[in-house]
Design a protein around this ligand. Structure first.
Ligand SMILES: Cc1ncc(COP(=O)(O)O)c(C=O)c1O
Length: 383
């Protein structure tokens, strides 16, 4: 059988066996949670149990959690829903390295007269707090900054950003898809107004996610219909998706082991010639590596690794079918001949044989691509 080494856990994760077992266990709960009879009620009760578990997990109240189809919908609902409810202010600030679901949600509001500005990040991908402060004005309604970047894994100083927003009396939203379950999140301590989460990044099913909305803040629904999720997300609930989310919360990962393996792999890669690390070394989520190879196409590396059964990516899953530069790498100032040569490796626990297989395969592929690259050894710039 073909070896499979899946190192693209920021794009999505496998469905955990324990999650699948729970889903199978609850598959007999087919009632519509809105139905008054007992089949509806048993499904409703289970949904509310999961809602409660999630709320405790992130330090929120139960009625502050709203299930969606994922984080794309959560980001769209929060951004569009908030601004459409508050027409007196028309300015939105987002970081320049947001996920497309935040960027495009904000950009599409330009047609409705909103002004969207981007906050600068430094070379490591950390939001420039002075730029943030200087760009907030009396018309600013919302600041949206992700907790951890999906491409380069940079961790933002989320409390500081939130503090600035509170001082300036603007709403603060954070896309927490890539930090969920990796970093402890307490929405009260961070003083968040909104946050978005996704199930399939934490070994739950695809097509389920949720958002947190601080009690008392009003937003318009994106989807109208049968009033589910207290009228903010109509449509019959994704019951088994919700069950899977609840089960995935209980799975514990050996974060330190993954961090050590990541550090080892990264060190080995950085011993190669013509390679740079994209993003921060310290302020980085423990399972992320994003490196660029000078003068080599990231796509070629991904495809050749794939032939060997190894899955990595060039950046975010959503942009992997576009042959354009990553807006994240551009924002952190990666030089042009490194821009196309990026690969993102996002780990789960591995064994020694897998680590060796990956490093040997990568070495072999890079050597092969170097030979056919137009950019020869003596032309490589210093890192
Ligand atoms: C940071 C971030 N936000 C949002 C999303 C979208 O999540 P979903 O696939 O649940 O819509 C992703 C997924 O790639 C992500 O990495």
């Amino acid at each position: 059988m073909k070896k499979i080494l899946y190192l693209d856990n920021a794009a999505t994760t496998s469905l955990d066996k324990r999650v699948l077992d729970e889903v199978i266990k609850f598959s007999s709960y087919y009632g519509n949670p809105s139905s008054l009879h007992f089949k509806g009620e048993e499904a409703k009760i289970k949904i509310e149990k999961v809602r409660e578990r999630i709320s405790k997990f992130i330090g929120a109240e139960k009625d502050e959690i709203f299930f969606t189809s994922g984080a794309t919908e959560a980001n769209n609902t929060i951004i569009k829903g908030l601004v459409r409810k508050n027409k007196d202010k028309n300015h939105i600030l987002i970081s320049s390295i947001e996920h497309p679901s935040v960027i495009e949600s904000a950009e599409c509001l330009k047609k409705e007269g909103f002004v969207v500005e981007k906050i600068k990040v430094d070379q490591e991908g950390i939001v420039d707090l002075n730029d943030l402060k200087s760009k907030i004005n009396e018309k600013t309604l919302l600041v949206s900054v992700m907790h951890v970047n999906n491409e380069i894994g940079t961790i933002q100083p989320i409390e500081k950003i939130s503090h600035i927003c509170k001082e300036k009396k603007v709403f603060f939203h954070s896309d927490m898809v890539q930090s969920f379950k990796k970093i402890d999140i307490d929405v009260r301590k961070i003083d968040l107004d909104f946050a978005s989460f996704s199930g399939h990044k934490i070994n739950a099913m695809k097509g389920i996610g949720f958002f947190y909305k601080r009690r008392g803040i009003e937003i318009d629904p994106l989807i109208n219909g049968g009033d589910q999720e207290r009228n903010l997300r109509s449509g019959t609930e994704n019951f088994l998706g919700i069950v899977s989310l609840g089960a995935a919360l209980k799975i514990k990962k050996n974060k330190e082991k993954i961090r050590k393996q990541r550090d080892f792999i990264l060190n080995e890669i950085l011993k190669m010639k013509g390679v740079i690390l994209n993003g921060s070394l310290e302020k980085r989520i423990y399972n992320n590596i994003n490196v660029s190879f000078y003068g080599i196409e990231g796509e070629s590396i991904v495809l050749l690794l794939s032939k060997k059964g190894i899955c990595v990516s060039t950046g975010s899953a959503c942009s992997s079918n576009k042959l354009s530069h990553s807006h994240v790498l551009e924002a952190i100032g990666v030089k042009s001949l490194y821009l196309n040569g990026a690969i993102r490796i996002t780990l789960d626990e591995m064994n020694e044989a897998q680590i060796n297989y990956f490093l040997n395969s990568l070495n072999e592929i890079i050597n092969k691509l170097r030979k056919i690259s137009l950019f020869k050894l003596n032309e490589w710039g210093k890192k």
